[in-house]
Design a protein around this ligand. Structure first.
Ligand code: ARG
Ligand code: ZN
Length: 878
């Protein structure tokens, strides 16, 4: 690719209001095989604030047929079409612009814009897919009222859907029919959707707080009709929860969800017509694991919550993506916490943040929650924008407290309803209700990188004081070498022999003390600060960063004894888990130093004691038994080779299983597989502990695991247990037995695409010398398709991200294969390809081995790249 053609970046600093507004959008979409005709009639008004007469519209891959201004057909001299822009001069007054284009959804493999998936046509417009449907001002600050007429063959596409309410429909000659939808709410083009195809529908309804009845319709392929009830129940719970917790009611008469098999992401919040990846909406006990059920609940809620945080109040520009995503992830996390176990939800989210988001923040693609520039916005649907963005909202809630936070969200929705706004507007509402100055806090939006907190303590026996000295540092990231100090809320307690001690800062008046004064939020704003507690009558163990009150790396030199005290006695259950992870890190550290892995008896005894307690949530217990992931360990021991870490970890897992064998066997045996399946938090927790115990015993090739893995596989009445059985089989049985059961599983489930994905992932994550060969040959298996992102992620994504032992093979064959996959998908599906390349971008962390990754990146760079892959690869190599 020569320099002139290289994609270029756009900058937040260059933001200007649009030159024109589009008050009304009338679309007419006429679907014929291989040829869909889109006529767009747009009511254009110049933006007085800009006073620019040239109108420049976005369009990609459109075959323009005709253009009219106020019904007069324009000739070649009146407009200029090139490089994805249509330029019209002299649009100084309001008027109607009409364009006619032809597109071909059947050959759209990028799954952006209008495309065909199996028996249906559907759309994905966020972020910039609408321009692949028609000429438009495809930016979120241009909001318009949409009326959409769809026309198609009646038998091929009996169902015709778009946003809003159905206002007309009927038959046409030649076996065709039409439907017209009108959405009364102004919206940006990225929230537009249409669906046409052969779909069955499950109907339900919801009565809102103000007693309006809303029709719920879930559209799926006929074979999936039995897998909709969990999504519908989740939706109704989410609707109620948003009324009760944020005072937000739904605003249309109908809420539709459509399940699509070929989808790049999880789901999309199009106004009144959500489109979902089948993996995030379909669920049944026989085919879906507990994790799958919880994911459906979370994603359905997430998309629903967007109706306010995203649709009613949207983003001014794509740099503000976290305004809607960070806030909505925070909202769905709180919802899931309320519906299930809040500690378990927090553990899961923090695990993801610490293993994956921290790595992103430390790598070449690090960017602030509000990036200052991008080449391709699709590359910024990241863990940083979503998950770290949610942590920022959580910190605001912590700093303000629940009452002011709710006032702040109320004000935000009230002030900005119907507007396209910025992250600053969100924080301004929080400032307005609380009269707090959050200007320093806002650095979290503009500075990338994970701050490190270095904490030390000092106890004075004589003065009965306890001091915490906290220093913050933030490593350099691509956008800045030096960072100004962050405003960091640190939730703390001090544990004494009989529990959490009452807290009083040395400079705090007694009258200021809250009722429950055993926990406190310290606000760190300087690079270094000391907090002194008075009246501390015994040397305490500090419980720091409770509930993970800020997305930071905490460093405090806990002794093993202190960690065990936290593991056993902390009154914050999250921090008990956190201590268990730190004990795992300590064990790995000792093993690396000693070259052999001796388990600490105290640690084993503590876990044993916890396993015997019946007042501990079994799901939390299951997480306490997990040694931190290899990726997290690699962050903690950057000098140690990844394969050494992987082997050390595996060794530790086996030894832990052997030491805990009796207690683990008890958990396996105590489980009654015949109980009818339920997804309650309690039932999920029991399965989780029993299956974790089974898998640990399988790692140790325990005789009980040899027997029980087969039993669980054969006699399970749900997918969670069956898959746990199969995973255990894969860890402890002979090769032939493993193959036999994999084959049996496939023949049982070959017609269930989502189960087949699990089957592919399980094979891709096996730590065996022939795994890569097996993965390569699975790409020619009849079940596999390069055009289906779920299949590609299940195989290639799982291999590269969840199989450290084989992906990082010494011969570099794992890297080479991943690069081949990226090159194969680079043009066909740029979004997917750019995502898959991520593991290679971490090459700097891998020393010698990193050179092998580096050369694969260079090989990719040599090809003619899509914008998406170009941006990722170039940033990784710079
Ligand atoms: N807004 C969607 C969500 O709920 C994600 C859409 C992602 N689209 C994309 N092109 N990356 O999170
Ligand atoms: Zn979202």
């Amino acid at each position: 690719m020569n320099a002139i053609q290289q994609p270029s970046a756009i900058y937040l600093a260059d933001y200007r209001e649009p030159t024109h507004w589009i008050d009304e959008t009338h679309l007419d979409v006429v679907i014929f095989p291989d040829q869909t005709r889109v006529t767009a009639r747009l009511k254009i008004t110049p933006n007085a604030a800009r006073a620019v007469s040239e109108l420049v519209l976005d369009g990609e891959g459109l075959q323009t047929q005709a253009i009219y201004w106020n019904d007069a057909r324009l000739t070649q001299d009146d407009f200029d079409e090139c490089d994805g822009k249509l330029r019209l001069k002299q649009i100084n007054e309001s008027g109607w612009l009409t364009t006619e284009v032809i597109i071909c959804p059947e050959s759209n493999t990028a799954l952006e814009g209008l495309y065909r998936s199996r028996t249906m046509y559907c759309t994905q417009c966020e972020a910039e897919g609408f321009r692949k449907i028609t000429w438009y001002l495809d930016r979120p600050d241009v909001m318009s009222v949409f009326t959409t007429r769809l026309e198609a063959d009646q038998s091929l596409c009996p169902v015709l859907l778009s946003n809003g309410n159905l206002v007309a429909s009927g038959s046409l000659p030649n076996g065709r029919h039409f439907a017209t939808w009108h959405d009364p709410h102004k919206k940006p083009s990225y929230l537009f959707a249409l669906v046409a195809g052969q779909l069955s529908c499950v109907k339900d309804q919801f009565v809102t707080a103000s007693n309006r009845s809303v029709a719920i319709e879930v559209y799926v392929e006929p074979k999936d009709l039995d897998k909709c009830s969990h999504a519908i129940d989740s939706l109704k719970r989410a609707m109620r929860w948003d009324e009760q917790n944020y005072g937000r009611e739904y605003d249309l008469d109908i809420y539709m969800i459509v399940a699509v098999d070929d989808f790049n992401m999880g789901a999309m919040e199009n106004k009144g017509l959500n489109i979902f990846n089948t993996s995030c909406v379909l669920a049944s006990a026989a085919t879906t694991t507990d994790i799958g059920f919880q994911r459906v609940e979370a994603v359905v809620a997430h998309e629903y919550f967007h109706n306010w945080s995203g649709n009613r109040v949207t983003c001014r520009d794509w740099f503000q993506l976290s305004l809607k995503e960070g806030f909505t992830v925070y909202r769905d996390a709180e919802f899931s916490a309320d519906m299930n176990s809040s500690t378990v939800k927090r553990i899961e989210d923090v695990n993801l943040l610490r293993t994956a988001q921290f790595a992103e923040d430390a790598g070449p693609l690090a960017h602030p929650v509000r990036p200052a520039s991008f080449i391709e916005i699709s590359n910024f649907y990241t863990l940083t924008v979503y998950e770290k963005g949610a942590e920022l909202v959580r910190m605001l809630a912590t700093l303000l407290g629940p009452e002011y936070f709710r006032k702040g969200t109320d004000l935000y929705f009230e002030r900005h309803d119907g507007e396209a706004v910025t992250c600053d507007d969100f924080v301004a509402s929080m400032e307005a209700v609380s009269s707090r100055d959050l200007s320093q806090f806002k650095r979290w939006y503009s500075q990338a990188g994970t701050p490190e907190l270095i904490v030390s303590s000092q106890y004075s026996e004589a003065y009965k004081t306890f001091r915490l000295t906290i220093e913050q540092r933030c490593p350099p990231t691509p956008e800045a070498a030096e960072k100004a100090p962050f405003h960091i809320p640190i939730r703390v307690s001090l544990l004494g022999a009989a529990g959490a001690l009452p807290l009083k800062l040395a400079n705090q008046a007694v009258g200021d003390l809250p009722e429950d004064n055993t926990e406190m939020i310290l606000e760190l704003t300087k690079s270094e600060q000391t907090f002194e507690f008075a009246g501390v009558h015994e040397r305490p163990v500090p419980s720091l960063l409770r509930g993970f009150s800020a997305p930071v790396n905490l460093r405090y030199a806990y002794s093993e004894t202190e960690l065990i005290t936290l593991l056993m006695q902390d009154t914050d259950l999250f921090n008990r888990w956190s201590a268990s992870q730190e004990l795992g890190v300590l064990a790995v550290s000792n093993a690396i130093k000693a070259g052999t892995c001796e388990l600490s008896g105290d640690w084993v005894n503590a876990l044993q004691a916890n396993l015997q307690r019946d007042d501990l949530d079994p799901a939390v217990m299951a997480y306490m038994l997990q040694i931190p992931s290899v990726n997290y360990l690699h962050d903690r021991f950057p000098e140690t080779d990844i394969l050494t870490l992987h082997q050390t970890r595996q060794d530790l897992v086996r030894r832990l299983a052997l030491s805990l064998a009796d207690a683990l066997r008890e958990k396996v045996l105590a489980y009654d597989m015949r109980q009818p399946y339920e997804v309650s938090a309690a039932a999920v927790a029991v399965r989780s502990l029993s299956n974790t115990a089974l898998l640990l015993l399988a790692e140790a090739k325990d005789p009980l695991a040899l027997r029980e893995s087969i039993t669980r596989f054969k006699h399970a009445n749900n997918m969670t247990d069956q898959l746990a059985g199969l995973r255990a089989i894969a860890r402890c049985q002979s090769d032939n037995v493993v193959k036999e059961h994999l084959a049996a599983f496939y023949s049982q489930w070959k017609d269930e695409a989502l189960v087949v994905n699990q089957w592919l992932s399980l094979q891709a994550t096996r730590d065996e010398a022939d795994t890569l060969v097996a993965v390569q040959s699975l790409t020619s298996h009849p079940c596999f398709s390069w055009n289906n992102p779920n299949k590609v992620r299940a195989l290639a994504g799982a291999f590269a991200n969840q199989n450290p032992g084989q992906f990082h093979r010494d011969d570099g064959a794992g890297y080479e294969w991943l690069a081949n996959v990226v090159l194969k998908l680079n043009q066909a599906n740029p979004q997917l390809a750019a995502r898959l390349v991520t593991p290679l971008t971490q090459w700097r962390k891998h020393g010698q081995r990193g050179q092998l990754m580096f050369s694969q990146l260079q090989r990719i760079q040599g090809a003619t790249l899509s914008k998406d892959v170009f941006e990722v690869v170039n940033k990784a190599l710079t």
